[in-house]
Design a protein. Structure first.
Length: 458
């Protein structure tokens, strides 16, 4: 009877502990992983490493010297040898450890067993990264880091580098314009494309760059950031006037490179392999980042006159994409829909855009247009994005690599405030002065004067 009473007394605290653990795992997965999940997965890994590697086919026959040594010292059976394991390094999102591959193994063998390793060690996902020949790093992610995005405290940032999202392996996705000069970003309404664009502008605003925008939705997407923009076009007519100016600015920068480096003036721009980064810092022009929102609006036509204007704008965009990198002009092309049926030049423009980011889209053709030519297997991943996960996207580049990313939340007011605080960094580019938007004056409500006490009189 005494034992039963003791069990009943302990049942309440144990139930409360179990309920608190379940609540923490659902609402605060990072806390749960650090306190409970991480130690359990570490213990599983240490206790079952050899057997799991053997079950996954990642072991090799031991060397003859090892066989002779085991037989001479012990009577136990000589077992296959798994890859040599390094020190386990815990992180806030998972575990990391390095493996030295056995002779005859390759990183693809470990990557093929990633799903088995995930189930064996009780983690959310396992990713394999090649460190150097013969050495790979296993990145074990303890929970779904894309469900509630929290950017790492230490991120790679710098000039023309913006940490804009979080990858599914818990590493930051950095938009590096020096490495990937031009990018195509697609996403349907409420897919998170505007949030992605907002992070880019807020990250570039404190840097010494010129921000230029073409927003054919009458400027509703880029208007909150006018304090930091050097130029803004809000309809196709204004865009048709702005693009030739940017092309002329690009040509002037090529002339500057020719003059400074002694290149013949009649050398075609296509044959110049140098760029503005080879110029002295005192003579180097300010980099320009061109944001094109709703690019499909530039392709749509209603009359023959519109077709001529469309052909000119598309030609100028293609020229900027082909030659702009060396002149320090970078393109960020965004839209809800992008396909070959937009008209002449759409496929040619896409071929010049190295980076690709595809949010949730309304049709498979747009996903194929964004990712089909670089990573066909990423198309199905982009089409599987659920509507209740805004900001989730598939990012890739022309190297063929791709991964899922998600942009954290950034309010429009905070992004606009960053641009207002960085308004003094707007560079002086005379060619863009006619297109510089007017900054609205902020109305500050003045408090009503305090009522003065009336003097007491007889």
């Amino acid at each position: 009877m005494t034992d039963l009473t003791t069990l009943l007394e302990l049942g309440g605290p144990l139930a409360a502990l179990g309920g608190g653990t379940a609540y923490t795992r659902a609402k605060y997965p990072a806390v749960y992983w650090s306190a409970v999940g991480g130690p359990i997965s570490t213990a599983r890994l240490l206790s079952s490493y050899s057997s799991v590697m053997e079950a996954c086919g990642l072991t090799v026959a031991p060397s003859r010297l090892r066989v002779l040594a085991v037989k001479a010292t012990t009577r136990r059976e000589v077992r296959p040898v798994p890859p040599r394991r390094g020190i386990i390094r815990p992180t806030t999102t998972g575990l990391r450890l390095r493996l030295r591959l056995a002779p005859g193994q390759e990183p693809a063998d470990v990557a093929a067993s990633a799903e088995r390793l995930r189930h064996a060690w009780g983690v959310h996902a396992v990713y394999v990264l090649t460190v150097k020949p013969g050495v790979v790093e296993l990145r074990l992610v303890g929970y779904d880091v894309l469900r509630r995005v929290r950017m790492p405290r230490k991120t790679v940032s710098g000039f023309l580098k913006v940490p804009v999202a979080l990858r599914e392996d818990a590493t930051p996705f950095v938009r590096d314009y020096r490495t990937v000069p031009h990018q195509l970003t697609l996403g349907a309404t409420l897919s998170g494309k505007s949030m992605y664009l907002r992070h880019l502008i807020a990250g570039l605003a404190p840097q010494p760059v010129a921000l230029v925008g073409i927003d054919c939705k009458r400027g509703v997407e880029l208007a909150p950031f006018v304090a930091r923009l050097s130029a803004l076009a809000t309809d196709p007519d204004e865009a048709a006037e702005l693009l030739p100016v940017l092309v002329k600015e690009m040509e002037d920068r090529y002339d500057l490179i020719k003059t400074r480096q002694g290149i013949a003036p009649d050398t075609p721009d296509e044959e110049i392999t140098s760029d503005i980064w080879g110029l002295p810092e005192s003579e180097r022009p300010t980099p320009v980042v061109l944001f094109v929102d709703e690019v499909a609006e530039l392709f749509l036509t209603a009359t023959r006159k519109d077709e001529e204007r469309r052909d000119e704008m598309v030609t100028q965009l293609i020229r900027l994409a082909q030659l702009g990198r060396a002149a320090g002009i970078y393109l960020e092309v965004c839209g809800q829909r992008f396909g070959a049926e937009l008209g002449k030049g759409a496929t040619m423009l896409r071929a010049q855009l190295t980076g690709r980011v595809c949010h949730r889209v309304n049709d498979e053709a747009s996903a194929k247009m964004a990712l089909g030519d670089i990573a066909p297997e990423a198309v199905s991943a982009a089409c599987a994005i659920a509507p209740e996960l805004p900001g989730l996207a598939v990012a890739g580049d022309t190297s063929g690599g791709w991964s899922r990313i998600r942009t954290p939340y950034l309010s429009l007011g905070n992004a606009a405030e960053i641009c207002r605080e960085s308004a003094h960094l707007v560079p002086d580019l005379p060619a863009l002065k006619p297109f510089q938007p007017e900054v609205p004056i902020r109305l500050v409500e003045t408090p009503a004067p305090a009522a003065l006490p009336h003097p007491v009189t007889d």
